[in-house]
Design a protein around this ligand. Structure first.
Ligand code: SF4
Length: 386
């Protein structure tokens, strides 16, 4: 990574190819139609606060003031997500997409984080060269970082965020499908969130897990794969085999085709752009027929942040207003760059999600960033994320 390069979390897609998508114009027409059909019922669907927010969202979308500093607009991936939704859910989605995109820019916090990232397991069967799972002080069982979430704790988290958070990701430091109770967990989320995403390396996908995912209203299933060539794939995804990933994605597609034809799940192959040997054209050629979207995301060099020297970045990190991470043992952390929890906010076993999001500890961290003092925090001092 070139010196002083920052990792912009809000623009992490370096490339994104969506096989079939609507135009922004068509989506805006769809939104207008939904508004017209539901105009008299909006106050039954939304709180006064959310109605106000919806008005701001709509003003941004329809007045085309895109050059304004904080104007909400619809990116390609949001358009694809809206395409899978109907009626009032589209308006609800817009409110929560706005919270996800604009709150971190305007530095707004309300009662809940725009997105909660829950970690089913911190254990991974791969050792990707760009990942902190290569850090033996992290993976050594004796050091206490490795484990899998208990179903009761998972359910408690889901109960707290249902109706309050619509954007949820099941994944963080490890491979989520390693969790033995994954099927029960995913079933428990069913029908509760508008935008539930799972990130997996696909190696542990089996028929049962495919059914669980397809039965449970998952919005996006991301298969992490960074190359289209066997050798390069295994060099980057150490312990992984390209043939297995392809075979498992094909199995998922065939189960979907046979049993869940009307399921609108979005599938994406997403790779970390790590070396110049990885070519997006090759990725598109191989994966384009197997999934709905193919992407490269920027490499965030997080695997050795605790040892690196401080950089000179002073801009605050947007994740402090965007995502909350809850790990398998209940730890609440502001990000996964800090994979050893130096910045831990609390534990969901003794602090509620809403109290934690608004806690003095979280706010102190935010204030340090706003005061351009991230150099006083480890690992923010050497982290390139903004
Ligand atoms: S280490 Fe600090 S700067 Fe980096 S992602 Fe985490 S909170 Fe943000």
């Amino acid at each position: 990574m070139e010196k002083n390069k920052v990792f912009k979390k809000f623009q992490s897609f370096q490339e994104l190819k969506i096989q079939k998508n609507s135009s922004k114009k068509d989506i805006l027409e769809k939104i207008k139609k939904i508004l017209k059909e539901n105009s008299s019922k909006l106050n039954t669907y939304f709180t006064t606060e959310n109605q106000k927010l919806l008005n701001i969202v709509l003003e941004d979308l329809f007045t085309e003031k895109e050059k304004a500093k904080f104007c909400f607009t619809l990116k390609e991936n949001s358009i694809a997500e809206i395409n899978t939704l109907d009626n009032i859910d589209v308006l609800k989605y817009l409110i929560h997409r706005y919270r996800y995109e604009i709150y971190p820019q305007k530095k707004i916090i309300d009662n809940y984080p725009p997105l909660v990232q829950i970690e089913p397991s911190s254990i991974c069967n791969f050792r990707c060269v760009f990942c902190f799972e290569t850090d033996k002080t992290f993976t050594n069982k004796k050091n206490g970082f490795m484990g899998t979430i208990k179903l009761d704790l998972f359910k408690n988290i889901i109960d707290q965020i249902e109706h309050n958070v619509e954007f949820v990701t099941l994944a963080s430091r490890g491979e989520p499908l390693i969790a033995k109770e994954f099927d029960e967990m995913i079933k428990y989320t069913s029908g509760k969130f508008l935008n539930l995403k799972i990130n997996t390396n696909a190696s542990l996908l089996n028929e049962k897990k495919c059914h669980s995912i397809l039965e449970s209203n998952v919005k996006t299933l991301v298969f992490s794969a960074d190359a289209a060539d066997k050798k390069l794939y295994s060099e980057l995804r150490v312990n992984g085999k390209l043939e297995t990933t392809i075979k498992n994605i094909k199995m998922f597609n065939s189960i979907k085709e046979k049993h869940y034809k009307n399921n609108k799940i979005i599938t994406r192959v997403s790779g970390v752009k790590f070396t110049s040997d990885q070519k997006f054209e090759d990725m598109e050629k191989l994966w384009g027929d197997l999934v709905d979207q193919v992407a490269f995301v920027d490499y965030n060099p997080w695997e050795n942040n605790y040892e690196k020297e401080a950089n000179n970045i002073t801009e605050s990190c947007s994740d402090l207003w965007r995502r909350m991470f809850i790990w398998w043992d209940g730890k609440i952390n502001p990000c996964d760059v800090d994979y050893k929890s130096n910045l831990q906010i609390g534990n969901v076993n003794d602090l509620s999600i809403t109290n934690s999001w608004n806690s003095d500890k979280y706010n102190d961290l935010r204030k340090k960033h706003l005061d351009k003092m991230r150099s006083h925090l480890t690992p923010c001092r050497s982290c390139v994320q903004i």
